[in-house]
Design a protein around this ligand. Sequence first.
Ligand code: PLP
Length: 549
Amino acid sequence: MDHKEFRVKAKELVDYMADYLENIRDHKVYPGVQPGYLHKRLPDHAPETPEKWDDIFKDVEDHIMPGIVHWQSPHMHAYFPALTSYPSIMGEMLSSAMNVLCFTWASSPAGTELETIAMNWLGKLLGLPECFLNEKNDSQGGGVIQTTASEATLVSLLAARTRALMELSALNPDMQSSELLGHLIAYCSDQAHSSVEKAGLIGLVRMRYIESDEHQCMRGDKLEEAILNDKAKGLVPFWVCATLGTTGSVAFDDLREIGPVCDQHSIWLHVDAAYAGSAFICPEYRHWLDGIELVDSFAFNPSKWLMVNFDCTGMWVRDSNALHRTFNVNPIYLRHENSGKAIDYMVGTQHANTRRRIETEILIKGDHEESVISDEGYPPSEESSLTDESDEDVKSQDTSHVATIQLENPNKKELLHWQIPLSRRFRALKLWFVLRNYGVSGLQKHIRESVRLAQKFEALVLADQRFEIPQPRNLGMVAFRLKGDNTLTEYLLKRLNARGYLHAVPACFKGVYVIRFTVTSQRTTNQDILDDWTEIKTVASEILKEMFG
Ligand code: PLP
């Protein structure tokens, strides 16, 4: 495809995309295909010779579209929202064309600086305390865009693990990290997302699940009891994940109780607000953030409810050095001059004062480092080749040296790292487009409308004696069921999904099976909710008739 064809076909594609989204109701939300359907329809080899765009695109209509779950549909009620919007799509389009990798400031100055700015805007919009923002020179806090809430949870756990191991190894200089690791223990509620369990698995640490209360919330007293028991057994509690807006029932762990417990026991407190975090742009929902001042890291997904395309998870940390210590590597090809005014999300310096500490440390590490990273100039060009043998030497020297320094002196700052991968997309662009094009008022209106529609659905369910809502509704999700045995609700959900008019998924609260009905799309109307309810009632009547006559 040359640029002439691209200009024509891409414009057609934009029309196709707008038609798709504006006529989304024409699609059955859930496809009727069976596993393996696409393998039967597509060749098992890539084409030997170039194919025409029109032929390729015809296959989208004929074969791809029939296998799509239409997440933007007003009848999509499964999971949590994964919304897009026109400004966000434009952000994706433009960043696709530029395809910059924003790992250091030097690799894309605008990409890095826009991320810092957009994360500050977003942090202020949520009402996060100043210590989480990138704004102040003396602040060690800051925001970064991660790919997913799962990754933010893992990054937080790994940072807390490094901090705990450093403290433990200072107290037990003769013990290896692997030995110390066996003493660490992390906590979350029994309602936490599976990604928290996964973070523990990857981090090789034990995870204790705290029994939630009757409203599915983790409470401070139960957490503290578990911590004290574990300490008595010789374990070292180091990380707690609180959830604001659980996946099953949008329940909120009590930060006002949990924060002081973590503070007292010097435990890193992470908040996973993957879905509910978007609601905090509305002041009336911020009471769930009470206690945030004792939190170490906080993450939510604008890619869920805030109409920013997947992937985009906002993560804020109180002490970004904890991340840098965890992910620090320092190959020569990533070094560049940085005045200290900009963040390098993968490598580099953050603030002027941090810069000074780095320079002090470089002096400790020796002349070679100093000459490479000095403010006086860029590294010599012959040293910047990825394949240069000297690179490998520097890399291995650095790694061992850094590890020693980290363990010896936990307060020293190193070159700064914010994430697991090196490369990062220019995701700030779509976020910035959305924040500007909707404005705060437009985004708040969107959140409030979803909640209003969920309230409407809740009222419809409560007015029908055959149904119940076992847990209070929070925000845009209603978890409901047919009264009686779980199997009734299981049949109901199975049949609803098979019909494909609407799509939902289940949850189970202490043995009680429910259907989660989330208002997802910004296109959902009163009539859509009424139509969904008619569909649910119709299928429920069929099932009850079949079961009880
Ligand atoms: N945490 C919570 C509370 C969630 O509900 C979800 C997914 O819905 C996740 C984490 C995982 O999100 P991600 O897919 O961004 O990793």
